[in-house]
Write a protein that binds this ligand. Structure first.
Ligand SMILES: N[C@@H](CCC(=O)N[C@@H](CS)C(=O)NCC(=O)O)C(=O)O
Length: 216
């Protein structure tokens, strides 16, 4: 397929899963185009028939790359890793690689899904305590795991897919007013990672679809 054509990311500035993909593209130095899918406007543009053809799960992100359409941020990140040169996003050592996948899965399967928009819409008025409860529960598991695996970054001293998952999840935690300082390893890693351009430049506050009042 034509790997010269720029990938197209269907995403939303504030979506943590879209941010994962933006970080991966930035770390690999891959240029891409963005097509905003506003999860709020018009009742949610992810719910249109047109978008359902792109991603039947009606979620962002979805990426059109090399002639295929991929959804699921971890599948997208691993496809980028397997097909693009540049900075490695998964370590070569099998133990470290498994640890990267473990941390990524704790976040992507264990924490983020229960505070997803369509879940919170069903919860209604109790949505903030609900989200806080599950984020705190998840971070209580993540903190001791990271204590074992972390060096400078989530797993050892190389940036990996685990870091790509961690930073947007901390952003979500802060949006829901979770006090992240009760998790010192998570807090330290997030601070270190947020100094890196690939994380900063892909932040929700500076995307093409970021509303004017949320820009910084
Ligand atoms: N496992 C998926 C989850 C994708 C996901 O949950 N996307 C959210 C935004 S972060 C979404 O599109 N939500 C739409 C909705 O709740 O209606 C991934 O990693 O890409």
């Amino acid at each position: 397929m034509d790997s010269q054509t720029k990938p197209v990311l269907h995403g939303y500035f504030r979506s943590s899963c879209s941010w994962r993909v933006r970080i991966a593209f930035a770390l690999k130095g891959i240029e891409y185009d963005q097509v905003p899918v506003n999860l709020i406007k018009d009742g949610g543009q992810q719910l249109t028939g047109q978008y359902k053809e792109i991603n039947p799960m009606q979620q962002v992100p979805a990426v059109i790359i090399d002639g295929i359409t991929l959804s699921q941020s971890l599948a997208i990140i691993q496809y980028i890793e397997e097909t693009r040169p540049g900075r490695r996003l998964l370590p070569t050592d099998p133990k470290k690689r498994a640890q990267v996948r473990m941390i990524s899965d704790v976040i992507a399967s264990g924490i983020q899904p229960v505070q997803n928009l369509y879940v919170l819409q069903k919860i209604g008025a109790e949505k903030v305590p609900w989200a806080q409860h599950f984020i705190i529960r998840g971070f209580e598991a993540l903190e001791p795991l990271l204590k074992q695996t972390a060096g400078k970054y989530c797993v050892g001293d190389e940036i990996s897919m685990a870091d790509i998952c961690l930073v947007p999840q901390v952003y979500n935690a802060e949006r829901f007013k979770v006090d992240v300082s009760q998790f010192p390893t998570i807090k330290r890693l997030n601070q270190t990672l947020m100094e890196i351009e690939a994380f900063k430049g892909s932040h929700p506050s500076c995307q093409p679809d970021t509303p004017f009042d949320l820009r910084s």
